[in-house]
Design a protein around this ligand. Structure first.
Ligand code: FAD
Ligand code: GLY
Length: 360
C-alpha cells in the first residue's frame, strides 16, 4: 500500500508527485501511455500570464507560479542533472491594426513601432507597436518532462507507464480502489491529474480543446523573443527551433493536423515574422488542452474525501505547474490548508472543487 496514487503522468501529475515525495510521502504514478506525452508534450512552453491576458485571481496565480519557476527549475536540475531550456527571453505582444494600437497605447507596457522593432529585428511591417512583457518567458516543455521523469525516479517515485485506470471505485464518501489494466490498485489517497481525459473517469466539466502546432528551423537564430500575436504565437528555442502555435478547436479528440490548421498558423506567423517563409518545416503535431469552466483549474477537494483534483489547466498548465504542485502537496500533507486553496482562486468566478465534482 502506497501513501498516494496519482492518476496521470503529465506535468501536473509529475510535479505534484515530486513535491509530495520531497515532503516525505510515498508516491506512485499510474499513466496509461508514456509520461508527458499528453498536452504536456504538445505545448509551446510559454510562461505567459500577461501575454495570455489572464485576469483576476488567475492572473495572480499565474504570476506567483511564474515567480516560482527559477527555484523550481533549480531543484529539478539538481535532482536530474538535466537542462530544461528555461529562458527568460521576454515577450512582444504586437498590435497589427490601428484600432488595436489606439486601444493599448495607454497601457504602461506599451512600446511604439520603433521601440518594438528595436527589441526584435525582422518583424513584419504589420507590427505597429506592442506590449513589451519582459517577465514572461518560456521553458522547453519536452526537456522539462525528461527532467521531471529523471527527478521522480531519483526520488524513488514508482512510475507505472502503459497502465490505464478504467474505473475509480467508490463507497459513499471514499474511493476504495482503482480498477486498472494491471488489476486492482489501492492507496490511502488519490490525485486525479488526467488532463483532457478526466471525464472518462469522473463526471467533471473538463473537455478537450485541440491545438495544432508546427515548428521550423531558424539556422541564423536571429529571433530572440517570443512573439505573441493576436492569433498566433512564435516561440524561439535556444537550439534554433521555432515553435508556432496554435489553433483552438472545440471538436473533441479529433486526431491529426489539417491543411487549414497548418496554413492558418503559417500565414499568420509569416505576416508577423517574414523570415519564417524561407525556413524548413521540421515538425507538425497537435494536442488537447484540458478546458475547465471559466478556464479555471479544478484544484483540491472532490466529493470523495480521499480523492484530490488537479486538472483543467487549459492553456497554462506548464506555467501553473509549480504552484499547483505546491498547493496540492500542501493540502494533502495538511488538509487544514484547504481554505487557502479556496480563497486563492476566487469562488465568484470559479465553481468550487466540491461543486465541480458533481457537475456532469
Ligand atoms: P496532460 O499532459 O495531458 O497529462 C495527463 C496524463 O494523464 C496523460 O499523460 C494521459 O495519458 C494520462 N491519463 C489520462 N487518463 C488516464 C487514465 N484513465 N489512466 C491513466 N492515465 C491517464 N501551457 C502553458 O503553460 N504554456 C504554453 O505555451 C502552452 N501551450 C500549449 C499548446 C498546446 C497546443 C496545447 C495542447 C497545450 C498548451 N498548454 C500550454 C497547456 C498545457 O500543455 C496543459 O495545460 C498541461 O500540459 C496540462 O497538464 P496535465 O498533466 O494536466 O495534462
Ligand atoms: N498557451 C498556449 C496555448 O494553449 O496554445
Amino acid at each position: 500500500m502506497t501513501d498516494i496514487l496519482i492518476i496521470g503522468g503529465g506535468i501536473i501529475g509529475l510535479s505534484t508527485a515530486i513535491a509530495l515525495s520531497q515532503k516525505g510521502a510515498s508516491v506512485t504514478i499510474v499513466e496509461s501511455g508514456i509520461c508527458g506525452q499528453g498536452a504536456t508534450w504538445a505545448a509551446a512552453g510559454m510562461l505567459a500570464p500577461e501575454a495570455e491576458r489572464l485576469e483576476g485571481d488567475l492572473l495572480t496565480f499565474g504570476i506567483r507560479s511564474r515567480e516560482m519557476y527559477p527555484q523550481w527549475i533549480a531543484n529539478l536540475m539538481r535532482l536530474s542533472g538535466q537542462d530544461c531550456g528555461y529562458w527568460c527571453c521576454g515577450m512582444i505582444a504586437p498590435v497589427l491594426t490601428e484600432s488595436d494600437r489606439l486601444e493599448i497605447s495607454q497601457h504602461p507596457k506599451y512600446i511604439d513601432q520603433i521601440e518594438t522593432h528595436r527589441k526584435q529585428s525582422g518583424l513584419g511591417k504589420s507590427v505597429l507597436g506592442s506590449l513589451w512583457l519582459p517577465e514572461d518567458g518560456q521553458v522547453n516543455n519536452r526537456k522539462l518532462t525528461q527532467a521531471l521523469l529523471t527527478a521522480a525516479r531519483s526520488l524513488s517515485i514508482k512510475i507505472l507507464e502503459g497502465t490505464t485506470v478504467y474505473q475509480i471505485e467508490r463507497d459513499h464518501q471514499r474511493v476504495t480502489h482503482l480498477e486498472t489494466s494491471a488489476g486492482k490498485m489501492q492507496s490511502d489517497r488519490y490525485v486525479l491529474a488526467t488532463g483532457a481525459w478526466t471525464r472518462a473517469l469522473m463526471p467533471l466539466p473538463i473537455k478537450p480543446i485541440k491545438g495544432q502546432m508546427i515548428s521550423v528551423l531558424d539556422r541564423d537564430r536571429l529571433l530572440q523573443r517570443v512573439i505573441y500575436a493576436p492569433s498566433c504565437y512564435i516561440v524561439p528555442r535556444q537550439d534554433g527551433t521555432i515553435v508556432i502555435g496554435a489553433t483552438v478547436e472545440d471538436n473533441g479528440f479529433s486526431q491529426g493536423n489539417t491543411a487549414a490548421g497548418v496554413a492558418q498558423l503559417l500565414n499568420r506567423a509569416i505576416a508577423v515574422y517574414p523570415a519564417i517563409a524561407n525556413m524548413p518545416i521540421t515538425e507538425t503535431w497537435w494536442g488537447f488542452r484540458p478546458h475547465a469552466p471559466n478556464e479555471i483549474p479544478l484544484l483540491g477537494a472532490s466529493d470523495y474525501e480521499n480523492l484530490i483534483l488537479a486538472t483543467g489547466h487549459y492553456r497554462n498548465g506548464i506555467l501553473f505547474a509549480p504552484l499547483t504542485a505546491k498547493w496540492i502537496s500542501d493540502y494533502i500533507i495538511d488538509p487544514n490548508i484547504q481554505p487557502l486553496l479556496k480563497q486563492s482562486l476566487s469562488m465568484e468566478n470559479c465553481p468550487s472543487p466540491q461543486r465541480s465534482a458533481v457537475l456532469s
